[in-house]
Design a protein around this ligand. Structure first.
Ligand code: ADP
Ligand code: MG
Length: 348
């Protein structure tokens, strides 16, 4: 097999875990990132530091690699599109453009007759006065949000006046769902009706940041089937190549809603590294590098805990883990509040 050099945009923990998966397949990785301290430098073969609009640096990166993928969705469309003229970018830049915009993303999902939360586009503060139907709700920036950033809970119209919201940005107001549970489904698509799908994962958030994930999810058969069918339909409709995650809400009446789509590997899928023969990361690398699909086998039930901020410290000191515990340190230089520092997966 000729040597493949996989380019990855973004050098956080997802870029690191993709690099580790690629290495196992004898694929070289070159990471491009605008953070000079990006932790993925510890795991990739080559690291290029540069801004996402630095044409020269980007060209240097593109020349080195055979195919390009990314670990996060907030990359300017223009950047991906320019790269795609020279080397194939997967998933396609147009998919990323659609999904990075909450409004376009939700419109797309609804067109497939898949339920989402009720939502409305907000451009000016004045319009909100008429939107009592969507309250209590959450106001979200249409772009650039992650881990609850750019989100404001709104109980009543007056709450809006207390917030100092910058209305030069676009917003979406979403009705709050009375949540019973959150789940996610991860799917890797290799081509037409050729995909591999993991069982739904049950997720708990703290402060809008993922804290725990586990399999099996405690859900009924109908939700299990519906969530997998919806994830499959979304990936087929997008003609997606690579790993994709669909986040779902389940309300107190057992209605399923799509919350959002991540056009990439996902934090809730970290447990696939230990619980399956092929992880979400390896499957992503296989799909974007046109390698063969290997039948998926579940090895164990599992739970994963994110180590946020200082929570990593006791694990760094711990000399011995139990046989069924797997500790991952993302090797981030600085411990910051709300920063994902590592995770621990336990096979159960
Ligand atoms: P992010 O891009 O930050 O992950 P999400 O839209 O997934 O943004 O929101 C993060 C979390 O906030 C969700 O996983 C959920 O726990 C909570 N949340 C967001 N929107 C709603 C909603 N409309 N109803 C209930 N909970 C919500
Ligand atoms: Mg989310």
């Amino acid at each position: 097999m000729p040597e493949i050099n996989l380019g990855i945009i973004g050098g956080g923990q997802l870029g690191s875990l993709l690099s580790v998966a690629a290495k196992k397949l004898n694929i070289k990785t070159t990471i491009y990132c605008n953070d000079i301290e990006a932790p993925a430098q510890n795991f990739c073969d080559e690291f290029i530091f540069g801004e996402y609009d630095n044409k020269e640096k980007i060209l240097e990166f593109v020349k080195k690699v055979d195919v390009i993928t990314y670990e996060f969705e907030n990359i300017p469309y223009e950047t991906l599109n320019e790269m795609n003229k020279l080397k194939s970018v997967l998933p396609k830049p147009s998919i990323n453009r659609l999904i990075q915009h909450r409004l376009a993303e939700k419109d797309f999902v609804n067109k497939l007759n898949i339920r989402t939360t009720r939502y409305v586009s907000i451009e000016k503060k004045s319009e909100i006065e008429t939107l009592k139907d969507y309250l209590p709700g959450i106001l979200k920036t249409t772009t650039m949000g992650y881990d609850g950033k750019g989100q404001y809970p709104i109980e009543k119209i007056e709450d809006l006046n207390l917030l100092n919201i910058d209305f030069s940005k676009g917003y979406i107001l979403e009705k709050l769902v009375k949540l019973k549970k959150e789940i996610s489904v991860i799917i890797t698509r290799f081509g037409n009706n050729n995909f591999t799908i993991y069982e739904p994962i049950e997720n708990t958030h703290e402060d809008q940041i993922l804290k725990h994930s586990k399999i099996p999810a405690e859900i009924n058969e109908k939700i299990l089937d519906q969530s997998k069918n919806w994830a499959t339909l979304i990936s087929e409709e997008l003609k997606y190549i690579g790993t994709l995650c669909v986040e779902f809400f389940i309300d107190r009446n057992d209605n399923l809603y799509v919350n959002e789509i991540a056009p990439r590997v996902h934090n809730s899928g970290h447990l696939t590294i230990n619980a399956y023969n092929i992880s979400q990361f390896e499957n992503h690398v296989r799909a974007v590098c046109s390698l063969e699909k290997v039948p998926l086998k579940k090895l164990s039930n599992a739970k994963m805990i994110n180590l946020i901020g200082k929570q990593i410290e006791p694990f760094r000191q711990k000399l011995k883990l139990n046989k069924n515990e797997f500790f991952f340190d993302y090797l981030k230089k600085e411990i910051k509040e709300k920063r994902k520092m590592g995770h621990i997966t336990t096979l159960i």
